[in-house]
Design a binder for this molecule. Structure first.
Ligand code: CP
Ligand code: NVA
Length: 337
């Protein structure tokens, strides 16, 4: 059985549930799906399938990527928003899983605790896909490594990436283990209190021992970003964290703000900038305006000039959410053969 065939019927809850071979098989499938997207000979691979999209937090990219991926492959979706289903309010995750399994061929879930998506998968008898929890964001990291391979002209094992900022969040955790699976040089550049949780570091190190990846944690910005190919950041306060933490987070993370000075510290004129999005890079959002009145700066985790620069590949990255999620759907629902 090929690695891809082995994914049929499986869940996608976190990167470390997959073997390195399975991870690469998903990535290869995503790349070929992207290449053939506009081909007139394409045959939809998921005709007649039904997919539930269960969101307990807001989303633009993940929801749209699941929907468009499904539509392009002939599947149908139902979107359940944070308010309009019973889950979490008066119906348990276990009961929801058993109900949705009777109607749908697969379930996407975005929520808070990783234990909720794991419970959903335990009780569902169809594939469950993690669309982000507080701990992991695996459909994001699959897209991230695909985007790096497209923009950095090196084999994965030679790519160096620095994640700078709040390294204790879902996106950072996922990037660390995904980078380890790819055999990359991954640096987490953050204050000690916002560094990777120990179990995430342990998982990444265990993978790195087999793939040859280099995994490093540092508080030192200049050393951490030295000669990297990619600088990656994410918001300083994630969904579900209390707004009261903004002040503390801003003062803690200000030295880790990605601006042109930090980008120049890489010493690499070809360095790329990545961000999972949404990004606070200006004053054209309600939150951005409010925080700028507070800090006196436009933009927070990334300056507007870096975000809008030639080095920024964030919209290519956003597009790749769709191709990679399509690969996850096809592989797990069995349309890859
Ligand atoms: N990057 C990401 O997951 O974006 P959304 O929150 O818009 O889905
Ligand atoms: N860390 C962010 C990622 C959003 C895609 C959050 O959880 O809000």
């Amino acid at each position: 059985m090929s690695a891809l065939e082995g994914l049929q019927g499986r869940d996608f809850l976190k990167e470390i549930d997959l073997s390195v071979e399975e991870w690469h098989a998903l990535l290869d499938l995503a790349r070929s799906l992207k290449a053939e997207r506009r081909s007139p000979d394409r045959v939809p691979r998921l005709s007649g399938r039904t997919i539930a999209l269960l969101f307990e937090k807001a989303s633009t990219r993940t929801r749209c990527a699941f929907e468009v991926a499904a539509y392009e492959e002939g599947a149908h979706v139902t979107y359940l928003d944070p308010e309009s289903s019973h889950v979490g309010h008066k119906e348990s995750v276990a009961d929801t899983a058993r109900v949705l399994s009777r109607m749908y061929d697969g379930i996407e879930y975005r929520g808070f605790a990783q234990s909720a998506v794991e419970a959903l998968a335990r009780y569902a008898d169809v594939p469950v896909w993690n669309g982000l929890t507080d701990l992991w964001h695996p459909t994001q990291s699959l897209c991230d490594v695909m985007t790096m391979l497209e923009h950095v002209d090196k084999p994965a094992e030679q790519i160096r990436v620095a994640y700078v900022g709040d390294a204790r969040n879902n996106v950072a955790n996922s990037l660390l283990v995904a980078g380890a699976m790819m055999g990359m040089d991954v640096r987490m550049v953050a204050p000690a209190s916002r560094q990777s949780p120990p179990q995430v570091t342990a998982a990444a190190r265990a993978i790195a021992a087999n793939t040859g990846a280099r995994v490093r944690h540092t508080t030192d910005v200049a050393g951490g970003v030295d000669h990297v190919d990619v600088v990656y950041t994410d918001v300083w306060l994630s969904m579900g964290e209390p707004e009261e933490l903004w002040d503390e987070r801003i003062s803690l993370l200000m030295p880790y703000r990605v601006d042109s000075v930090l980008m120049d510290k890489t010493g690499n004129p070809d360095v790329k900038f990545m961000h999972c999005l949404p990004a606070l890079h200006g004053t054209d959002t309600e939150l951005g305006l409010r925080l700028s009145a507070h800090t006196g700066m436009a933009g927070l985790e990334v300056s507007d000039d870096v975000f809008e620069s030639e080095r920024s590949i964030v919209f290519d990255q956003a597009e790749n959410r769709m191709h990679t999620i399509k690969a996850v759907l096809i592989a797990t629902l069995g349309g890859a053969g």
